[in-house]
Structure formats: structure tokens, C-alpha cells
Write a protein that binds this ligand. Structure first.
Ligand SMILES: Cc1cc2nc3c(=O)[nH]c(=O)nc-3n(C[C@H](O)[C@H](O)[C@H](O)COP(=O)(O)OP(=O)(O)OC[C@H]3O[C@@H](n4cnc5c(N)ncnc54)[C@H](O)[C@@H]3O)c2cc1C
Length: 410
């Protein structure tokens, strides 16, 4: 039996396990998937928790409900990968897993401890996050009695997963406080290391106009060095200070610690891979998928989904000694909730920035690209159902893995 080990049963790992269970001959392959937790989180849903739109049942389900039959699932933290020996050491029972092929899909995760002052005393009091389930729930509780003031949203470092989520949080905050009749008591500011609201110029132009229209200030190119939780100050490497009453942080995002212990990562523990095939730049039997890889595109579930389709096509050739002919183009597709029942959709890849147009049917839509619409909001809300019922189970979506120019106005 050939052995395939998948590390991480999140979005990418679960999708790939399901797809592989259909294409690999089960008499020849043993597939094992390892994750530290039994719980699967629908992370895009964390955005809605602070505003009381989603609760626990919307974002949490058991991982085992999504595992295909015949795949071994082990719940354990990963101690280390020993790539020269083709084996993984697990924390639980010091178990050793040998592999012929390894897929790393352990994602990227918030590390608030990387920014001095962030977790000292005021964490989950006047300093909150919404990139974890616990953080989003604590923030929801805090906002229920918050009387207003300066709400500063700070992005600590790039790259971070879902680069539009901080903007969506601010758009929803504007809507939420307006609905509560207290928008005039709340000052909303985005403090970001980026030169503007987003990474791509055309989308930045549109998003900046919406931020301005909603009276949300932007402080660009701010590299936070530390937080003074007593004075409630955000302080940059240039000693610029920004006062806040409520700090919502998007902490430094880093890959799992075992990646560092295994010598497999860059300085943020993301695994260097070929951006078209996801094959490790160091080892010819290791792939990294989803947020764990250092791909130069958004760290997003949509990217994990499109990438997994390209990966499967290539993997079945690769194990037969054939060339990997499919080339992933960095396709990302993100609904941006913009508040008041509207949303924006962006579709882009490594080379083409978000363009206006219609998606997925050229000229018809029903979704509008780079434009606000109610239909886009419904696309975002429908996505949760699609995630749990179609994507995670590895079922096909009628959308090509690589980006198409059809329907886009260049
Ligand atoms: C607030 C928020 C909003 C988002 N909104 C969107 C959106 O609108 N659209 C979109 O496309 N994407 C969105 N995303 C991003 C999306 O959720 C991620 O990009 C996606 O989940 C990445 O999948 P992954 O499999 O790479 O990582 P994950 O889904 O994070 O899975 C990683 C898995 O590895 C496991 N693991 C980690 N370390 C270890 C270890 N040491 N030992 C054992 N197991 C380990 C974890 O338990 C986890 O199950 C959002 C994310 C957040 C936080």
C-alpha cells in the first residue's frame, strides 16, 4: 500500500481528502488525515458573530461529518515532519506516520502574542479580535453594552487570511451602529500596513470611495510595533501613536509551529511551493495547499477550493510519473459584505486585478463584479450553505478553477 498523509483537516485538507477518495485506487492507497481538533469552523462566518447575525450553529460542525469513508482520521497535534525520513511525528502517543506523499494543509493562524502589549491585561477587554471563534463571541458580548467611542481596526502584518475581512468588519460596524441609532457616537478607523484599503489598485479605488462615503477613516502604511494597553495607544515603528477606546486587531498570521520545527517554512512558517503546482520547492513528495502555502495570492477559502481542483488533476498524473500539466493561476473569488444588505464581488488571479463585469454568466450574472449590489450580499449569505454542503464534501461547482475573462470588462 502507498501511503498518503494529509496534515490539517480544515477547508483545504477536507476538500482534498474527499476528492482524493474518489480518484485514488483504495486497494493501493492508504489515506490518513491528521488534525488537532474535532471541530470544523466555517471561518468566513466569524465576521457576522460580533454583530449578532450568526451564532454557534452557523459556524461549527464536527469534522468527522465531512470525512469520506475509508480514510483514517487521527486527532492529534503535529510534533514535527522529518522530510528526509518521509515521516511525521505526532504529539499523541508519540505516534509516527510514514508517508510516500505528504500534503501540508494546516493553514495560517492569528498570533496576537507577536505584537508586544496586545495580550497584556486588556486582551478580550478593550482589545478584541474576530479571527477566532472565541474572539468573535467575546467581541459580540462586548459590543452589546459598548457605549461608543474610537473603534480602531488594526491589521498587524501582511499577509493575513481573507484580506477583505477587515473592511467587511468596518462596513458592518457602520451598519450595526447606525441601526442602533448610535453611529454619531462611534468613530471608525482602519489602520493598515498597506498603502491603501486593499492590495489591488482598482478594487482599492472602489473600496476607498465606500469607506469615505461611510465616514470610515483610513491610516495607511502604519506598521504597528507595540500596543500600550494602559494608555490605549497603538504605536508604530516610527513612534506614531493612534489612540483608541476599542481596538479590534487582525493579529500577525503565521503557519503552524511544527512547520518551523521541521525546517519547512519561511519567516512566517508558510511553506515555499511552486505557485502553479503547490509542490514544495525543497522536497519532491511534499505539497502544501490552502493558507499553509506561500502562494502570492489571497489566503482565502476560494483559493483553497480552486487550487485543490488543479492539484487533483496534477496529482493523479504525478504519482504515475507524468508531468503536472495543469497550472494554477492564483484564482480568487471574494464576496465583500458592504453593509445595509449589499455586497461587492471581486474575481482575480496572479496577473489580472479585479475588473468590473458580471459573474458567473457573462452579461447575465446574477452577480456584479467590482460593484455594490443586493444580489452580491445574497451570494455571500448563500456561501455558507454551499461551503457545508458542496465545497467541503469535494463536490463539483460549475465554476472553472482558473479565472476566465468571460464577462469581465477589461
Ligand atoms: C474572519 C474570517 C473571514 C473569512 N472570510 C472569507 C471569505 O469570505 N471567503 C474566503 O474565501 N475565505 C475567507 N476566509 C479565509 C478562509 O477561512 C481560509 O482561507 C481557509 O479556511 C483556509 O483553509 P486551510 O485549509 O488552508 O486552513 P484552515 O481551514 O484554517 O485549516 C487548518 C487546519 O489545520 C489544523 N492545524 C493547524 N495547526 C495544527 C497542528 N499543529 N497540528 C494539527 N492540526 C493543526 C487546524 O486545526 C485546522 O483544522 C476568512 C477567514 C477568517 C478568519
Amino acid at each position: 500500500m502507498k501511503k498518503l498523509v494529509i496534515l490539517g483537516a480544515g477547508t483545504a485538507g477536507t476538500m482534498v481528502a474527499n476528492k482524493l477518495s474518489h480518484v485514488l485506487n483504495r486497494d493501493e492507497w492508504k489515506i490518513t488525515i491528521v488534525d488537532q481538533a474535532e471541530t470544523h469552523y466555517y471561518q468566513p462566518g466569524f465576521l457576522f458573530i460580533p454583530f449578532g447575525i450568526y451564532g454557534e450553529n452557523d459556524v461549527i460542525k464536527p469534522k468527522r461529518d465531512f470525512m469520506p469513508p475509508g480514510i483514517e482520521m487521527i486527532v492529534s497535534e503535529i510534533e514535527v515532519v522529518e522530510p528526509e525520513q518521509n515521516r511525521v511525528r505526532l504529539v499523541k502517543d508519540n505516534r509516527i506516520l510514514n508517508y510516500d506523499y505528504l500534503i501540508i494543509a494546516t493553514g495560517t493562524h492569528p498570533r496576537p502574542g507577536q505584537t508586544p502589549g496586545l495580550t497584556d491585561g486588556e486582551w478580550r477587554k478593550s482589545i478584541h479580535d474576530f479571527y477566532t471563534y472565541e474572539g468573535a463571541v467575546a467581541l459580540a458580548k462586548y459590543l452589546r453594552t459598548w457605549e461608543g467611542g474610537r473603534l480602531v481596526l488594526n491589521i498587524a502584518e501582511i499577509p493575513f487570511k481573507c484580506p477583505v475581512a477587515p473592511l467587511e468588519f468596518l462596513f458592518l460596524a457602520d451598519w450595526h451602529f447606525t441601526m442602533l441609532g448610535m453611529r454619531d457616537k462611534v468613530d471608525l478607523t482602519l489602520v493598515t500596513p498597506l498603502p491603501g484599503a486593499f492590495t489591488k489598485p482598482r478594487a482599492t479605488k472602489l473600496l476607498s470611495a465606500i469607506l469615505e462615503e461611510k465616514n470610515i477613516k483610513v491610516v495607511p502604511e502604519f506598521m504597528v510595533e507595540r500596543v500600550d494597553p494602559e494608555q490605549k495607544l497603538l504605536i508604530s515603528y516610527e513612534e506614531e501613536e493612534i489612540p483608541y477606546d476599542l481596538l479590534v486587531t487582525v493579529p500577525v498570521n503565521m503557519g503552524a509551529e511544527y512547520i518551523e520545527r521541521s525546517g519547512l517554512g519561511d519567516e512566517l512558517n508558510h511553506v515555499p511551493v511552486d505557485k502553479h503546482t503547490f509542490l514544495s520547492t525543497e522536497y519532491d513528495n511534499i505539497f502544501a495547499l490552502g493558507d499553509a502555502a506561500n502562494l502570492p495570492t489571497s489566503k482565502a477559502g476560494s483559493v483553497a477550493h480552486f487550487a485543490s481542483e488543479v492539484f487533483i488533476e496534477n496529482f493523479v498524473r504525478y504519482i504515475d510519473g507524468l508531468e503536472m500539466t495543469e497550472k494554477f493561476d492564483g484564482h480568487a473569488n471574494c464576496y465583500i459584505e458592504s453593509g445595509f444588505g449589499k455586497g461587492i464581488l471581486i474575481d482575480f488571479n496572479y496577473d489580472v486585478e479585479p475588473l468590473p463585469g458580471k459573474f458567473p454568466l457573462p452579461g447575465i450574472g446574477p452577480f456584479s463584479l467590482l460593484q455594490e449590489s443586493e444580489m452580491n450580499h445574497w451570494g455571500k449569505m448563500m456561501f455558507r450553505w454551499i461551503y457545508w454542503n458542496v465545497l467541503l464534501k469535494g463536490k463539483e461547482m460549475p465554476i472553472p478553477a482558473n479565472m476566465t475573462m468571460a464577462g469581465k470588462w477589461a
